[in-house]
Ligand binder design. Structure first.
Ligand SMILES: Cc1ncc(COP(=O)(O)O)c(C=O)c1O
Length: 455
């Protein structure tokens, strides 16, 4: 296990962020974006709010086509956790791009080494894997595995979780008339504990996880046929705004599920690979899920994801026709193996936890200092700041969220908006000074937004 060294990731903070365009997005960004928009549709809200065009990135810095340089607090979209273009990952991909790009799911040495590394690194008896090219495909395979392992067909999941945009993965989450489908039969959603917005509290005002479990029991009895294959959950909700569970929730939930012969499938597409300070976020609570999906930081930008299955359920994977065209291709395996090695060699799980302390300290008094900040939270390098109009009613302040996002971006911080919740996912390689500088920019943007909106 190596020790974190900030040297390769340092930025000259006298020079970066560097905003040289008189207005943002700069002229080249605008021209390029307008050309692309003629043909590229379905652009995300994130880009619509700040339509820059990026040219290159290295470590914790991103540069747009006008030469403006930003500190990266997004890791793409929770993806480039080891910093952009980590040399070891790049080298690994290039090596296999020259040697062997695809041989379907035939065995290769690089895939075998990745599988052995995963088996040695993941907790408990998570020893059996299949590889995919996006998180959604891994989630779909996970659902099919749970059905094959149990012979049961129904699923439980949680309000405001996000698991992908295909027919089944979208059925696990909130749907709108734009989802393009109705919820598949047999999918049931339930509320999960959110310490900032609890539904049930005990006599001392502390969130009551047992009350949530009692409610799940009622849902199972009243809504399902009892043929539940699995409960699927994000350990920490990413898309919803970095919403963290109380520490007793997942251990109690796992026991609750075991007592009812229901599998626990953790969707760790976003929370794994050091994003939350551990290889799997569930390790924070000593919970080993029966099935896990891993993505985003798994390839640090190369599209590779995985489904991991505990040994007792491994035979089920053989029944679901699990392989795909791109899953487990040699470039993907080389990228993912390099990511595991970099995390180990550079002591990045420890550094992610160290950054958690830094961020928590930094935000500790923000709810007192700023009228619009209702809550701040952080696990490893996954952060959320909830902006509200009224601290008693906790009314979401979407306008403030948009303004803070745009102001901070214009000051040189590339990051991820989510309505009234600010979401941050800086690379886990980030040096302390750079992390502090990013937080300076966010704090300035909050201060200015509050002043403009509330006077
Ligand atoms: C928890 C979770 N699951 C699944 C997905 C879907 O992954 P992908 O976009 O790679 O298909 C995402 C994507 O954001 C996610 O955050």
């Amino acid at each position: 296990m190596g020790k974190y060294d900030p040297t390769p990731y340092q930025l000259d903070l006298n020079a970066i962020p560097k905003i040289i365009s008189p207005t943002l997005p700069g002229p080249k960004s605008t021209a390029l974006h307008n050309r692309a928009k003629q043909h590229y549709r379905g652009i995300s809200g994130q880009v619509r709010l700040f339509p820059v065009a990026f040219e290159k990135a290295q470590g914790c810095m991103m540069e747009d086509v006008d030469g403006n340089q930003y500190i990266d607090f997004s890791s793409g979209i929770y993806v480039t956790s080891l910093g952009h273009c980590h040399p070891k990952v790049t080298e690994a991909v290039v090596k296999y791009a020259k040697r062997l790009m695809n041989c379907h799911d035939f065995t290769t040495e690089i895939k075998t080494r990745l599988l052995e590394k995963m088996a040695a690194t993941l907790p408990g008896d998570l020893k059996c894997f299949q590889l995919y090219d996006c998180g959604t495909a891994a989630v779909e395979a996970g659902l099919r595995t749970c059905r094959a392992a149990t012979g049961k067909h129904e699923f439980l999941s949680f309000f405001q979780d996000f698991h992908g945009k295909s027919g089944h993965s979208i059925s696990l989450a909130r749907m709108t008339k734009f989802s393009g489908a109705s919820r598949e039969p047999g999918f049931y959603l339930m509320p999960r504990p959110d310490t900032y917005r609890p539904l049930w509290v005990d006599a001392d005002g502390v969130i009551d996880t047992d009350a949530y479990l009692d409610f799940y029991d009622k849902i199972i009895k009243e809504c399902t046929t009892g043929q539940i294959a699995a409960l699927v959950a994000e350990p920490i909700q990413g898309w919803a705004g970095s919403i963290m569970p109380p520490d007793d929730f997942f251990p109690k939930l796992k026991k609750f599920l075991e007592e009812r012969n229901i599998l626990f499938m953790a969707d760790e597409v976003l929370t794994s690979m050091g994003r939350c300070g551990k290889t799997l976020c569930c390790e924070h609570w000593d919970v080993v899920p029966d099935v896990v999906t891993i993505g985003k930081g798994f390839g640090n930008g190369f599209p590779v994801t995985a489904m991991a299955v505990r040994e007792p359920y491994a035979d089920a994977v053989d029944k679901i026709s699990a392989s795909t065209s791109y899953g487990g291709n040699p470039m993907a395996c080389a990228a993912a193996l390099a990511c595991f090695e970099v995390i180990e060699e550079e002591g990045l799980l420890e550094h992610s936890m160290h950054l958690e302390e830094l961020f928590k300290k930094r935000m500790a008094d923000w709810t007192e200092k700023y009228e619009i900040v209702g809550d701040t939270r952080c696990k490893g390098c996954l952060l959320g700041i909830e902006l509200v109009k009224d601290k008693v009613k906790k009314t979401p302040f979407d306008e403030a969220g948009k303004m803070v996002y745009q102001k901070a971006f214009a000051k040189g911080l590339a990051w991820v908006p989510a309505g009234h919740i600010l979401r941050m996912s800086p690379p886990i390689v980030m040096p302390d000074e750079v992390a502090q500088k990013g937080m300076d920019i966010i704090e300035e943007a909050i201060f200015e937004t509050q002043k403009e909106l509330l006077g």
